[in-house]
Each structure stands twice: as C-alpha cells, then as structure tokens.
Design a protein around this ligand. Structure first.
Ligand code: FAD
Length: 422
C-alpha cells in the first residue's frame, strides 16, 4: 500500500458525463482524476445515436416545459464547442449531420403540419423539399413531408477520442474501486433522500438534490492505491447503482430503460438522420447513419421500434420488424444484400414515475459525494454545470496539481458497428 494521493475532484466513470465534466474542470484549473473500469465511452455513450437534441422531439409530447429549457440551449452550446469557441474545444470532432429531420410518411403529412403549427417548438423548423431532402429520401416515389430541426448529429467515437485528449494524464484504469471513509462514519442504515420515494429530474441546476445521510467519504482506493479528493463524482451510468449500494446509499435510485436497437449495413444505404413520425407521441423509428470502416453506411434504428414491443422480440423477430418498417417506408432502397444485427442496451437514468423520460441532467449530493446521470448525451454540459455550481456554492477552489497513481490509461471504446457488423 502506498501513501494517499490527493486531487480536487475524483470522477468515477468515463462516459460522456465524466469526460465532459473532467475537461471542464481541468479548463477551470481544478486537478482531476477520472477512473474507468472498462473502456472510455463503452457504456451507453458509444451506443447512442449521437443526436444533440434541442427539445424539438420532446415537443412531440406537448410544449416544452420550464425544465426542458436546458435542452433547448444544447445545440448552441455544442456548436460553439465544436467551433472551438465554447466552454470546451471540440474542434476536430466529426459532425455527421448539421441537422436532424422530422419526417412524416405520406399518409400522415397533414397531421405533421398541424402538429407542428400547434406546438411550441423553440428551434426553427423549416420544411425541406427536392434537392434539400436528405439523400435517402430523394426519390421520385418519396411522399410525405420533411422538416429540418436545428439538431446536430455527432460521430460519438471522435467525440470520446477528443475528450480523452482534453483529459491529459488524468485518466486511470482500475477494476477494484473501494470506499475510503473516515473511521467513524460507516453508515449503520442505508442512506436515502428524505421524504422522496421517487426523485424528480426536474430540479433546478442551482439546487442539487441532497442525500440525507452524510457519506463521509475521504476518497477511493483504486486497485489498492488511495486517492483522496475534495469531491467525488459518480458518473458511472448504469454502474452508479452498484457504487451507491457499495456506499450504503439507497437513494437516488436508478431506473434502466431497455432498448433493442437494430443495425443495418449495405451498399444501397445513403445517409439519413430523421425521426419518422407515426400516429403516436413517439417517433415510429429514429434513423441515424454511421460510417463503417469499409466505406459503407450503417443505419442505426431506434425510436418506437426499439422500445417495449421491440424489447419483447427476439433478435430474428426484431430484424424482421425492422425490415418491414424500412420496406414500407422506403421501398426504393435495395436491402437485398444488407447485413443486419441487433443490440440490446439499457438507458440508465434516475428513477422516474412510470418510466418517464427525464429532460434535464440529474445530480444528487451530500458532503463530498455527488452522483448523477446526464440522462442524454446532449445534456452532458448541463450535468457539468450542476457539478460546477455545487463546487462554487461550497467554495471549492482549485488546489495543487494531483500526482497520477501508477495505474494504466483506460482504452477507448470501439464503435458498436465495428464489432456487430464487421
Ligand atoms: P455511460 O456512457 O454509460 O458511461 C459510464 C461509464 O462508467 C462507462 O464507461 C462504464 O464502463 C463506467 N463504469 C461503470 N461502472 C464503473 C465503476 N464501478 N468504476 C469505474 N467505471 C465504471 N442521448 C442523446 O443525447 N442523443 C441520442 O441520440 C441518444 N441516443 C441513445 C441511443 C441509445 C441506444 C442509448 C442506450 C442511449 C442514447 N442516448 C442518447 C442517451 C445517452 O447515450 C446517455 O444518456 C449517455 O451516454 C450517458 O452517459 P454517461 O456518461 O452517464 O454513461
């Protein structure tokens, strides 16, 4: 056992939330260490569709609520970062599409325009036609209406790579993460949020949710190396549940929302980034397109197709369902030689009533411990804001630079289509 090392902020989990926060803290002069037990981005982040939502999709459920203001500002903040002029320098990150589209197949076109007219969609929503249509929809047989949303789609592998560069030498790989407490502070009973069986993700960013029982954490032991920190942030996605259990903390509780995504690769596919609307409040299918190493495009299919009914189907039935959707919606696309795969993945979020969908980042805290979920890749800046606000409120200032323990650097996660559709 070596003597403990000290850092200002110790972050657990190297997905988008931890990596973005790490880069922001370092930019503000804080010393940081980030520990990852698998691969950077390899949890949900590299399995996401990379859409930087601005709230338009969520307006499908009605007008944007006050709590969704944070999401409305995300496209601007990401665009500035991508231009190198924002809160982080993300220049070099690949933008797959400068816009995401709302697309209504022929039969529903009327519904879409009246739908849009009736909603408080904050970003500009312009109808596009002819040569301005996404390449995959430019076909004489295409019928329907398409609207352009001010939402970017990013190549997440290049984003994770860029954030790992901004992390300098702060990234650590460790498997065994143990809690380091002051000797008197072992909680006898599991701690939890007072009077809240179910927390809400609608809290104001300046007022983080409090854990009732102080977890008097001094730091963590990472594969036997003690690291002490002024603050410890758990941003381990689905891993937060086990970390909280290890700390003896019952709340905030986490929900998993299972998805059964479909991937298809073929020479006939052209880029498409769109929510295709059905009759219901959720997109019938959400399609994003990702470049494979062999130069072909992989379509990654989510939306309603991947939710409850899709989760209940086995892999073969899910592929058949996706084939039927694409054949019905885009009959001119040749899928005869396409390769297909599915991916089961859970979204990890703070527990919500009726598995609802949170629309801002969530942070709970007590003493030196902070724990949260961004709830969306797009909301990573909002997650970092909440942590920074908590540090500012507590008067936490940057201290001396931390010394890196002798642990290896975690590897970068790989794009899922590389393993699923080689
Ligand atoms: P993760 O990316 O899961 O990262 C957590 C990290 O912590 C992982 O690297 C994991 O290995 C590590 N870890 C876990 N336990 C431990 C431990 N004990 N010690 C150390 N490290 C640990 N959001 C959008 O905004 N736009 C989209 O288009 C979008 N599409 C999505 C599509 C799908 C299929 C899914 C599943 C999600 C999508 N999301 C999207 C949501 C988004 O991906 C997540 O909200 C976001 O990536 C969560 O980031 P995170 O850093 O909290 O978690």
């Amino acid at each position: 056992m070596t003597s403990p090392l000290c850092t200002d902020v110790l972050i657990v989990g190297g997905g988008i939330a931890g990596l973005w926060l790490n880069a922001r803290l370092r930019r503000q002069g804080f010393s940081t260490l980030l520990v990852e037990n698998a691969s950077l981005g390899g949890g949900q982040s590299l399995k996401s569709q990379g859409i930087i939502h601005g709230g338009a999709k969520y307006a499908l459920h009605g007008a944007l609520s006050g709590a969704s203001e944070a999401i409305a500002d995300m496209p601007r903040r990401w665009r500035e970062a991508l231009a190198g002029t924002g809160e982080l320098d993300l220049s070099g990150v690949r933008v797959l599409s400068d816009a995401h589209y709302l697309w209504s197949p022929g039969t529903l076109a009327g519904n879409l325009s009246s739908f849009l007219a009736s909603k408080a969609v904050r970003s500009r929503v312009d109808q596009v036609k002819g040569a301005d249509l996404p390449p995959a929809l430019q076909h004489p047989k295409f019928k329907g209406k398409v609207y352009r949303l001010n939402e970017l789609v990013l190549d997440v592998p290049s984003l994770i790579e860029r954030l790992s560069l901004l992390a300098g030498d702060s990234l650590l790989a460790a498997q065994q993460i143990e809690v380091l407490r002051s000797t008197t502070s072992e909680p006898a009973e599991p701690a939890e949020l007072s009077g809240q069986a179910e927390q809400s993700a609608q809290a104001d960013p300046r007022e983080p949710t409090e854990l009732t029982k102080p977890a008097e954490l001094l730091g963590l032991r990472l594969d036997g190396r003690e690291v002490r920190a002024q603050r410890i942030v758990l941003s381990a996605g689905a891993g937060n549940a086990q970390l909280l259990a290890d700390l003896g903390i019952r709340q905030p509780s986490m929900q998993r929302r299972p998805l059964h995504m479909v991937l298809v690769k073929g020479p006939g596919l052209k880029p498409l980034y769109a929510h295709c609307l059905g009759g219901g409040p959720k997109p019938r299918v959400t399609i994003t397109s990702h470049p494979a190493a062999d130069g072909q495009w992989v379509w990654y299919l989510g939306g309603d197709l991947a939710e409850a009914a899709g989760v209940a189907r086995d892999e073969h039935a899910q592929i058949r369902a996706a084939q039927q959707e694409l054949t019905q919606l885009l009959p001119w696309i040749d899928l005869s030689t396409a390769q297909w795969a599915t991916l089961r993945v859970d979204r990890a979020e703070p527990a919500q009533s009726s598995l609802g969908r949170p629309d801002n980042a969530f942070l709970a805290e007590q003493g030196s411990l902070l724990v949260g979920w961004p709830t969306k890749l797009a909301l990573a800046p909002d997650f970092a804001d909440r942590v920074l606000a908590a540090l500012a409120r507590d008067g936490i200032q940057p201290g001396p630079p931390s010394t890196r323990p002798d642990l290896p650097r975690p590897p970068l996660g790989q794009p899922i289509w590389m393993s699923l559709l080689p």
